[in-house]
Design a protein around this ligand. Sequence first.
Ligand code: COA
Ligand code: AMP
Length: 623
Amino acid sequence: MSEAYDSAWRASIDNPAAFWGEAAQAIDWFTPPAATWDDAEGWYAGGTLNTAWNCLDRHVAAGRGDALALCYDSPVTDVVQQFTYAQLLEETGRVAAMLTRLGVGKGDRVIIYMPMIPQTVFAMLACARLGAVHSVVFGGFAPLELAKRIDDAQPKVLLTASCGIEGARTIAYKPMVDEALELARHAVHDIVVFQRDRLPADLGDTRDHDWEMLRAATAADPVPECVPVAAADPLYILYTSGTTGTPKGVVRENGGHAVALAWSMANIYGIGAGDPFWAASDVGWVVGHSYIVYAPLLVGATTVLFEGKPIGTPDPGTFWRVMTRHRVKTFFTAPTAIRAVRKEDPDATFLKEIGTGDCRAIFLAGERADPDTIAWLEEKSGLPVIDHWWQTELGWPAIASCFALGDLRRRRGSAGFPVPGFEFAILGEDGQPVPAGESGAVTIKAPLPPGAFRTLWNNQAGFDKNFTTFPGYYETGDAGHFDADGFLNIMGRTDDIINVAGHRLSTGQMEQIVAAQDGVAECAVIGADDPIKAMVPVAFVVARAGAGSEADLAGRVIAAVRHELGAVAALKTAYVVPQLPKTRSGKILRNLLRTIVNGGAYTTPPTIEDPAVPALIEAAVRP
Ligand code: COA
Ligand code: AMP
């Protein structure tokens, strides 16, 4: 029991206006909000601010220009580079000047398709400075996915780099951007390419600009001032997998986001000015947006930008090396990364040799942290390992043990307790709360706290849908339960979203791609258990007559998903089967497929149309 946590949570629920009004004082406002909450305008109505000002300028103005802001650590290029707040402000200002020259202003969208390099951080902050709206697209997505985001966000400018470095492989980004622009209906007139020595790109006509040349050409331009934006104005759009083939553009507002992130650093992670913090994620995901870029800088901390993998760059000691090198106080990663490290170094030889330096706690998120992985990491590191839960839609943790409020209660398998601001209800199909211990739909009472989404880009109806199944509650799409002691356990999704190595993907979207391939009569894609990635997608395909060999069809299906969705989809297995198991009403029995693939004992459901099918599936999976 933690009194500080209990009273903070209670205060946030009993009087959210007072609680979040006080939290807003951590942020510099050009115009202070007229109201903490307004039913029409949301959080901090009437307030104006600039997020980049809060991340950079104000710290420099307060005399902290020499404090470390960003440590870029790239074992894949052997570079370690540090930027003080003054230097990061200078670099951001230069990119803001470049974007201004290209006509980017308040409200314009900018797509950022870039690897984990400092220029990506400059670019995000430069957009924020101008009041422009960035949309960062993860490098593992294929051109078609990038094109979908271009068409939805309609950016004025696209920023990219010549290549990304994925472990031992170098991935050319520019050809993917070119292909995406061919596929997109929306025309982007200016592409800025940061050339990396490893693999420079060929630049084309007047549309393509070399980053450094544009920087030089605008060197004499004044640094644009921080543009005041309304609290509810969008800071960014981040696309995430929904249940259809069309990604959902989660819109993050400037005001609530800044307040919530600053609050979380002080009260969950225990990080303040001057403290080094490291989230080993990618800026293409929400964790990267919130906890690599914005949150650490909002509170004047030092953030680590890591360009590498947990293993193979160069070895499973890389996490501990980076952690100690930058004196990281709080570390954040995904369980899948720890499983990968453990597989390569089961005795934690590297960890023992290198140590964890000044680190006081390790936070995990992105997928359920299995008790075994937590136990291993706690034993080997001697540190508290804290699972916590959140979603792109929410922007910051909603279930956690608030470490910095002195709450160290942990129960392996549970993500912790509701974070102040979040009132959870576990609801049954009838919309009524289920008793403790019973599983139901994980929902959060509306309105959601600051930082959480209040709309989807170009898709208000899609946003509203999250509140229709259980009126007055946001449906998270997860299932779970409270235990008798109030710990919240998240057990999995209720929809077709799967988490593959901490990456959120839609099996429905993969099915659309598979179904469209020549020779496919019907198909199902499910998430199968995986010891490292937690889940991996597996496709079941029924071939049309004359579709060619099974091996050829399976190969084409796998290639199509990689080509259309991207390598990150990690679909490596496709079974060609004579039929799919279905109910008499035609519903595919996906749970049965999942059980068979996982090697579990299954019972043939009484509703099945053809009881002979499960054995046929089993024969295909385990010939
Ligand atoms: N650009 C281009 N390709 C990318 C990419 C990027 N930014 N990120 C991943 N890919 C590619 C990978 O190279 C891989 O390609 P391959 O099939 O040709 O090998 C594929 O996408 C799948 O990548 P991934 O799922 O990351 O698998 P992996 O085997 O390369 O690495 C882990 C496995 C567990 C080490 C890695 O997934 C990991 O570190 N995960 C943690 C993720 C995380 O932190 N998520 C944030 C949530 S908090
Ligand atoms: P994303 O939007 O990519 O952050 O993915 C959000 C989803 O990841 C959630 O809805 C959960 O299904 C899953 N998730 C994230 N963190 C956890 C966690 N700590 N435990 C269980 N599931 C998690």
